[in-house]
Ligand binder design. Structure first.
Ligand code: AP5
Length: 190
């Protein structure tokens, strides 16, 4: 089973993915978390990604595709996965489809959050005060929103056109309320 959790910056992907992972027994794989861990460890990948992430831009497709391919091919990694933050461009979506097709798999469902932009900005600026994430500055947030609108939104249309089950979820409200909406959307998945 392969699910995608999808939405603009601050829409609750990471927060809700933790609940979906527990409830639906899927391994949560966040490319943002993987890249931040590489930055923290000071690896070559981390050095390449750090400046790009800080500015709110997307890291190159080939870099992130290589990382995800390595993980999905790892026999120790479950084949029941919830991908968070990947794919983020059409190129990445096509690469993911090819990777999965080689193993006889496909994307089974997409959860896509809708949250107004002013609420997203408010959430991210609040997190900036509490956690100080390097890309939660006003400039980087503006750039992340721009990248989402110009490059990432197209991925939804790609999966819609492919006939993948697409669950559009209102991401406004308390975390538990949003999770209840996901649970009803995914009824029957497990
Ligand atoms: P990534 O880590 O994926 O960041 P993002 O998409 O900008 O998303 P966030 O983590 O900010 O938000 P989220 O939707 O997960 O929401 P969260 O639950 O955290 O990527 C970071 C960077 O890595 C990218 O910009 C890019 O440079 C690079 N990258 C990653 N993947 C890539 C790829 N595939 N290709 C190229 N580059 C890639 O919630 C946000 C805040 O809101 C939290 O403080 C949370 O507590 C709060 N919150 C959550 N839900 C609610 C709620 N219901 N009510 C109130 N507050 C809430």
């Amino acid at each position: 089973m392969i699910g995608l959790i999808f939405g603009p910056p601050g829409s609750g992907k990471g927060t809700q993915a933790a609940h979906v992972e527990r409830e639906f027994k899927l391994s949560h794989l966040s490319t943002g978390d993987i890249l931040r861990a590489e930055v923290a460890r000071g690896t070559e990948t981390g050095k390449e990604a750090e400046r790009i992430m800080r500015a709110g831009d997307l890291v190159p497709d080939d870099l992130i595709i290589r990382i995800v391919q390595g993980i999905l091919r790892d026999p120790n990694v479950s084949s029941e996965v919830l991908l968070d933050g990947f794919p983020r461009t059409l190129e990445q979506a096509k690469a993911l489809d090819r990777m999965l097709a080689q193993e006889g798999h496909k994307v089974d469902f997409v959860i896509a959050f809708k949250v107004p932009e002013d609420v997203l900005i408010e959430r991210l600026l609040h997190r900036a005060k509490v956690e100080g994430r390097a890309d939660d500055t006003r400039e980087a947030i503006t750039e992340r929103m721009h990248e989402y609108r110009h490059l990432t939104e197209k991925v939804l249309e790609h999966y819609r056109a492919a006939g993948v089950k697409l669950h559009e979820i209102d991401g406004l409200g308390a975390v538990d309320e949003v999770f209840e909406r996901i649970q009803s959307a995914l009824k029957g998945v497990r």
